[in-house]
Design a protein around this ligand. Structure first.
Ligand code: PEP
Ligand code: CO
Length: 445
């Protein structure tokens, strides 16, 4: 890495940059951040990299999920517990379906900064800068709230630390009581044609777990201890740089704001600032790829981010949308296979499937999400490649943001509990149903 340094991104063209009115204040905040302890350690980062390498070899499966945008206000016990619970349940169902260990990665502990398609938002003829996530500005539709404030970087760091602290305590203390059937809430299945299948799968999983515990002589929370990793979009390079450190007895630089940062779809230009920054850190990294990317550009991206073809280093998260995946993914998979690059392929079936209702609500149809996932599994299988993971936006709560699923949510239901400030998430029931459907299909293979 001759010409890389933690600040070398600053001389590259940057997309989605944030302009702070007070540069002096920004500098002071960044200095303070750079002196604070890291949020994760290099050994956990390396341990995730080796888990991701196991995924590449077909020995494990990746489940990445959580909010589109975490809110500072959600740094409370109940929502954090609900997020862990749904990720854990999804992972058990997927482990059953894939017959593999599932590596759990949350979109939490720092998912506070958002890229936006438009810099401005207009309501009733009034135009304001867009809300960019709690770490940048605030969502109220008011000029002062929308001004980027560097102090929010520090608040974000602190909220991330509190969230991680609570997650570690929960995981260490064994938060999941799988022995109670009511822990699985399958009410949504109701009288749907799948209800019997779902109940059967869940019974089967609980029995298998009881068997496993009996054999291991340990409880499941013992067996699963510590394996929740964290991830967020590495959008704010000033923040990422301040938390990028050298550590004793290991070469290189680690971005210790999170285990597994990803580069968003809007900032993945091979010669842009984001790719420049992340090419130099030792973490495993993911990059979102979507409509319009050509095979040559993808190969260039891979070459920049993973020139050594390092096991576990690079994840390609594709997000084309149900209508476009069939036309666009096969050529890319083929190009990567021909170039003999070892990547982890992951499907994000959410971000290519966002639509607006007549009343202007952003939503996604459960059927589109499932259809993109199904296509992704088939395309990889047909190309002698393998889909190693899924990346989803989910809430552990009964929100009403995506339509469809066995619970039959309609557009009219969206007003009831639409809480996301940015993208619509699957709710608890939809997330569980998605996992059950994927598991059922994989089992049949
Ligand atoms: C996201 O993951 O919330 C996101 C903005 O995704 P993408 O970069 O794929 O649009
Ligand atoms: Co999103």
């Amino acid at each position: 890495m001759d010409d890389w340094s933690p600040g070398s991104w600053q001389s590259r063209p940057i997309r989605q940059a944030v302009t702070y009115p007070d540069c002096g204040k920004l500098e002071r905040v960044l200095q303070e951040l750079a002196a604070l302890p890291p949020l994760v350690t290099s050994w956990d980062v390396e341990s995730l990299k080796s888990q991701l390498s196991a995924v590449q070899q077909g020995q494990a499966f990746l489940l990445q999920g959580g909010d589109c945008a975490e809110r500072f206000d959600d740094c409370r016990a109940a929502p954090i517990v609900a997020k862990l619970k749904i990720l854990l349940q999804m992972s058990l169902v997927l482990a059953y379906g894939t017959g593999r260990r599932v590596i759990r990665v949350g979109r939490f502990g720092g998912q506070y900064a958002k890229p936006r398609s438009s810099d401005v938002e207009t309501r009733d003829g009034v135009t304001m800068p867009s809300y960019r996530g709690d770490m940048i500005n605030r969502p109220e539709f008011d000029a002062a709230a929308r001004v980027p404030d560097p102090q929010l970087l520090l608040t974000g760091y602190e909220r991330a630390a509190m969230t991680l602290n609570f997650i570690r305590s929960l995981v260490g203390g064994g938060f999941a009581d799988l022995h109670h059937p009511e822990w699985w809430n399958l009410d949504f299945a109701g009288t749907s044609s799948q209800a019997g299948d779902y109940q059967w799968l869940v019974n089967h999983i609980t029995e298998s777990l009881a068997f496993l515990e009996a054999v291991a002589g340990r409880t499941l929370d013992d067996v699963c201890r510590t394996d929740f990793y964290t991830s967020h979009e590495g959008l704010l390079l000033d923040y990422e740089q301040a938390l990028t450190r050298q550590v004793p007895r290991r070469p290189g630089w680690y971005d210790l704001s999170t285990h597994f940062p990803w580069i968003g779809y809007r900032t993945g230009q091979p010669s842009g600032a984001h790719v420049e920054f992340f090419r130099g850190v030792a973490n495993p990294v993911a990059v979102k790829i979507g409509p319009g990317i050509a095979p040559e550009e993808l190969l260039e991206l891979i070459q920049r981010l993973d020139p050594d073809n390092e096991p576990g280093r690079l994840t390609l998260t594709h997000r084309f949308g149900a209508a476009r995946i069939e036309a666009q993914l096969p050529g890319l998979v083929e190009a990567v296979r021909r170039a003999d690059r070892k990547v982890l392929w992951c499907c994000d079936p959410m971000h290519g499937n966002t639509i607006s209702t007549a009343t202007g609500r952003k939503t996604r149809r459960f059927g589109d999400v499932m259809s993109e996932l199904q296509s992704a599994f088939e395309i990889h299988a047909a190309a002698d490649s393998s889909l190693g993971g899924i990346h989803v936006e989910v809430s552990g709560d009964v929100v009403t943001e995506c339509v469809g699923g066995a619970g039959g949510l309609s557009e009219g239901d969206l007003e009831r509990a639409y809480e996301s400030e940015v993208d619509p998430r699957l709710n608890y029931e939809q997330a569980l149903e998605l996992s059950l459907l994927v598991a059922g299909r994989l089992r049949k293979r």
